[in-house]
Ligand binder design. Structure first.
Ligand code: GUN
Ligand code: ZN
Length: 454
């Protein structure tokens, strides 16, 4: 249990109490009365037993009186990871859920996104979404912005300023017949993607990185998809997009790309499926397509709130896991109305139960498995599992301090409960009132000095 390999610098913070996390082998591992040290670089320096505090304090050079002790009903868990969220759609989250995907995009989404040309509007919405998601325990977010480079750079700056770990994508689309001014030319899209990557990397934000973002195949010409595949490869960057979300979308892709056998082939042909690619939805992927995902290392973001809200489909998450495709959770704001990954946990369980109602033999996901999707699974989806996702020595300390019995909170505890029960209650009944502190790379980002959401 005790291991000091991989950490750097002196121990800066030490916590004692219950830690709950996942490993690749075990969906739920509970460490009771554990002692966890974080070094000055925000990395986990050691994990040991509480009873060994004196010995550990000598080995790692901390004062036992400075150890922060968790109260009863409290535990630490890894930070929640949102593998797919449209920061630019936060302004209308909770509304406009009365249409199927393609009509929804043309009616609500493209007109709203076109407003992000206005940097002051962008600043307002992006500040709100970063603060709100942090408050909800999202320590890492994989964001879509809009086609506007300067506003997308601003989103990166705001995430950095508030201390959120983020992948940020300037959206690329050179095909859009419905909202004419919300479209780029091929050359603009390529040039602005280059500028976005260069300027964001030049900022040297420690936790914020660019992600190449073709919106989805129907919004892009083959020429653009090809160039984006090359840009991602040449710069070793992440890629994100949407795939197989809704049946009408599949038909559209067949018509627009008649030479490709499947939707997956469209992206594969242009080198857009890599071990750093995150595709959202995938409700209607065939087993053959999932095999291509597995072979290329492409991962899937499960966005159940959006899939229900836009009546897109139900992802068979068990089948995805059986194909050994990396899987995490996404809110897909604003197709999904909630910006909380706790909501995504509940909707993922609901989706699995709907499939079980349809087929009683179905192997329903357990809450432990969905907890893993929300944490370690998300880190694998973003290819960040060497840095985050669980409590391992050498990883960054991205964590939530949860108080299940928080005063004024939504959960009543009648008696003392075991940690596993506390986690289950938090996942099913909890909200931000139970998330008393949020840490990203060892820095406490909630509560922070400026905590009111504007
Ligand atoms: N497919 C292409 N763009 C979008 C989007 O903004 N939201 C969702 N849910 N699907 C998309
Ligand atoms: Zn989306």
């Amino acid at each position: 249990m005790i291991n000091s390999e991989g950490s750097s610098g002196p121990v800066a913070q030490v916590f004692r109490g219950t830690f709950i996390h996942s490993t690749p082998q075990t969906a739920l591992q509970v460490l009771e009365d554990a002692l966890l040290g974080v070094d000055s670089a925000g990395k986990i320096a050691f994990i040991g037993k509480g009873e060994n505090v004196l010995e550990l304090s000598q080995k790692f050079g901390f004062n036992p009186s400075e150890v922060i002790k968790l109260a009863q009903h409290e535990f630490f868990m890894p930070g929640l990871i949102d593998t797919h969220i449209h920061a630019s759609q936060y302004s209308y989250a909770g509304t406009a859920l009365d249409m199927p995907l393609l009509k929804w995009l043309n009616t609500y989404t493209f007109p709203v996104e076109s407003h992000f040309k206005d940097l002051e509007f962008a600043r307002k919405v992006y500040t709100q979404v970063v603060k709100r998601t942090l408050r909800n325990g999202t320590t890492t977010a994989c964001y879509f912005a809009t086609i506007h480079t300067d506003a997308s750079l601003l989103l990166g700056q705001i995430a950095n300023d508030f201390g959120q770990r983020a992948l940020v994508g300037k959206v690329c689309m050179d095909r859009n017949d419905s909202v004419e001014h919300y479209r780029e030319t091929l050359q603009e899209s390529v040039d602005e993607t280059h500028r976005f990557i260069k300027e964001l990397l030049n900022k040297k934000y420690p936790l914020v990185k660019p992600v190449v973002t073709p919106r989805f195949a129907p919004s892009c010409t083959e020429a653009l998809l090809k160039q984006l595949g090359t840009i991602a490869k040449n710069n070793n960057l992440h890629i994100q997009s949407h795939i197989s979300e809704n049946i009408d979308e599949l038909e559209l892709v067949k018509n627009l790309f008649p030479d490709s056998e499947t939707y997956t082939d469209v992206y594969h042909k242009f080198n857009l499926l890599t071990d750093k690619t995150i595709m959202a939805h995938g409700c209607h992927l065939s087993d053959k397509e999932l095999t291509v995902f597995r072979e290329t290392g492409t991962s899937l973001s499960h966005c159940p709130n959006s899939n229900f809200s836009l009546c897109s489909g139900i992802l068979d998450a068990r089948n995805v896991l059986n194909h050994k495709v990396k899987l995490g959770l996404g809110t897909d704001v604003a197709g999904g109305y909630s910006s909380s990954i706790l909501d995504a946990v509940r909707r993922a369980l609901d989706a699995s139960k709907v499939l079980t109602i349809q087929n009683p033999e179905y192997q329903t996901l357990t809450f432990e498995e969905v907890f893993r999707l929300a944490t370690l699974g998300g880190s694998q989806v973003l290819s960040l599992d060497d840095k985050i996702g669980n409590f391992e020595v050498g990883k960054d300390f991205d964590a939530l301090r949860v108080n299940v019995a928080a005063r004024g909170g939504p959960i009543d505890l009648v008696q003392c409960e075991a940690p596993k029960i506390l986690l289950e209650k938090f996942l099913n009944l909890g909200d931000d009132r139970n998330i008393v502190e949020v840490f990203v790379a060892g820095r406490k980002v909630v509560p922070c000095a400026d905590q009111t959401v504007e």
